[in-house]
Structure formats: C-alpha cells, structure tokens
Design a binder for this molecule. Structure first.
Ligand code: SER
Length: 321
C-alpha cells in the first residue's frame, strides 16, 4: 500500500482531496500537512504534520519519517494574493515544486501531483476553447509561477524520468472550505452571501466569463490522472481541464431560480484585469483522450448542490436569512 503526503492539506482543494484519499486508501496511509492548523477538521481527522513547503529539509524529513511514496503538492499562493506579494508567491510556488521534484529525482518518492492553472494563459492566448498547446504569456505572478512550473515538470520527466502529473485547474467551486486569494473566488462567495445576506457585491463585472468546475469533478480529475497507467500520460507539463464556463450574471440567475429575492451589484476591483487576461472556455480533449476525463456537474446541478449543502452548514448558526 502506497503512503501519500498531501502538502497544503488545510486549503480549499487539499482538504477535500485528503478526505477522498483517506476513503480510498485508508486513513493510516494518508499524511496531511500544512504550514498551520487552519482547518481543524483535517487536523483532527488523522495523521497531521506541520510542514513548511518552502523548507527542503523539513519536507525531506517528513517524507522519510512516514516512508512516503506519493506527494500531492497543493500549497500555493493564488492569483490575487500573488499580485500583492510577488516575491513570496514566487518563493512558495517555485521552491516547493523544486523540493518535491528533487526528492523524486533522487528516488526518495515515486510519484507527484502538482496543480497548474488557467492562469498560465494570458491576453494573447485564444480565449475561446483555448487549445492544449497555444500561446502562454501570463501577466500575473501566479501565472508566471505555474507556467514556469509546467516547464520544470516536463524537464524533470524527460531528463530524470520523474513521474509528475498535472492539470490546469479552472476556478474551483466548493462548500466545505473557502478558497483564499483567487480571482475566481467570487463564484464561491456568491453562494454564501445568497444564503446569509440575500445580496452580493461582485468584484468582477457581470459579463466576465471564466472556466469553472465543481469540487467533486476536480477531485475526480485529480485522482483520475494519478490512477492512470504512466504510459497513457502523454503530456508531462500540464493538461487542460474543463467543465463549465459562466459569467457572474449567469451564476446570479442560476441562484435566483432558488432564491427569487437574491440581488447582486457589481464593483470590479484589481482582479478584473486578471480575469480579463484569462480564457473564457477551455478545450480539454487531450485529457478526455489520454485518461478518459469527463465532468459531471453543470451550472444548475452545481447550484442545487451548493445551496443544499450550505443551507445545512449554516442551519445551526442562525445565519440563514
Ligand atoms: N482559482 C485560481 C485563482 O483564481 C485560478 O487557478 O487564482
């Protein structure tokens, strides 16, 4: 049985991935880690280590202590926060990747999952059905780190045989753990505000279309690519991945079908420029062909699920309007 380390296990995707991997492989084989105990659900639900992903010696010591075979490196500074702290974003996003790539190169670990993002694309990229192989001129620090990371992943695979796998996540929507510091975070916040306040002020303009995905699909994709036999993984930089594309106006209208009095206003901030530089929709045919990727949730199905789960979550707090 493989031993798996999740770095960044308290975050939006890391926390749900940790729970799913425990279900599949058994709690005793999953080691969750993060820089702080910011998610007590994760901290209390099995083996947990405090780990700074930037510290090579600490990462190596943790891997050796638990005899780790597979690392999911989910720690990252996202697009919005990255613009405020460019050097910190570069430091965290790049050095954490080099640490796990080098551990795999040395044969200490066998397999790596590292997420890339739609942020590798930029204003010169074709915005509709963005192809797998296309112009990538990112304008955010986050995008630059992800694009650079993709090049290094491919390099380590080609030159050192490292089994690293990656997907370019779109905006991920979920109800368990809040995202932090991203440009697509509005699509999570809007559901919380619909339930607790009945109104939402959106930081993107109403017609800003972006590629998005429900968490359940994102977790299925992550585990799907990792479970695929190595010879089928033809792209070792990162796979395009798609599910749904929508605008703030469209998600507002989908919520309004359930909450007729819900209202929205728009006050674009610095994240508008980031969103405008990203694609509207993604061609993920390589992922479909190579490892049978298929999404399940559309906007309607996701909206029903988000509202049901969040109503339940807020029930005991009396925050529901
Ligand atoms: N959700 C990310 C962000 O908005 C994109 O990968 O930064």
């Amino acid at each position: 049985m493989s031993k798996i380390l999740i770095i960044g296990a308290c975050g939006q995707i890391g926390s749900e991935l940790t729970h799913k991997l425990k279900e599949i492989h058994g709690s005793e084989n999953i080691i969750a880690s993060d820089i702080s105990r910011s998610n007590m659900d994760i901290v209390n639900s099995g083996i947990f280590e405090i780990l700074d992903a930037k510290d090579y010696d600490a990462v190596k010591a943790c891997v050796e202590k638990h005899d780790i075979d597979i690392v999911y490196l989910m720690a990252a500074m996202l697009s919005g926060t990255g613009e405020k702290f460019p050097m910190k974003a570069w430091d965290l996003n790049m050095n954490s990747l080099f640490h796990v790539l080098n551990l795999a190169k040395e044969g200490v670990i066998k397999q790596i999952f590292w997420p890339s993002s739609i942020a590798v694309f930029g204003p010169t990229t074709p915005a509709l059905e963005t192809p797998q192989h296309t112009i990538c001129e990112p304008t955010t620090v986050y995008g630059i780190t992800k694009q650079t990371g993709e090049r290094w992943c491919e390099y380590y695979h080609n030159n050192y045989g490292v089994d690293v796998r990656s997907i370019r996540y779109p905006g991920i929507i979920s109800w368990k753990t809040m995202p932090g510091g991203g440009t697509t975070d509005y699509a999570v916040e809007i559901y919380h505000k619909a339930i607790t306040q009945g109104s939402y002020e959106c930081f993107l303009a109403e017609d800003t279309e972006l590629p998005m995905m429900f968490m359940e699909d994102a977790i299925a994709a992550t585990i799907g690519i990792m479970d695929t036999p190595s010879e089928h993984i033809k792209i070792r930089s990162s796979y395009n991945l798609a599910a749904i594309s929508f605008t703030p106006k469209a998600i507002f209208q989908a919520i309004q079908k359930h909450i007729p009095n819900f209202s929205i206003s728009y006050k674009p901030d610095f994240r508008q420029r980031i969103a405008d530089s990203w694609p509207k929709s993604i061609d993920d045919s390589s992922a479909k062909t190579d490892w049978n990727w298929q999404h399940k949730f559309d906007l309607e199905k996701m909206t029903s699920e988000m509202l049901t789960q969040l109503r339940d979550k807020y029930k005991s707090t009396e925050k529901i309007i």
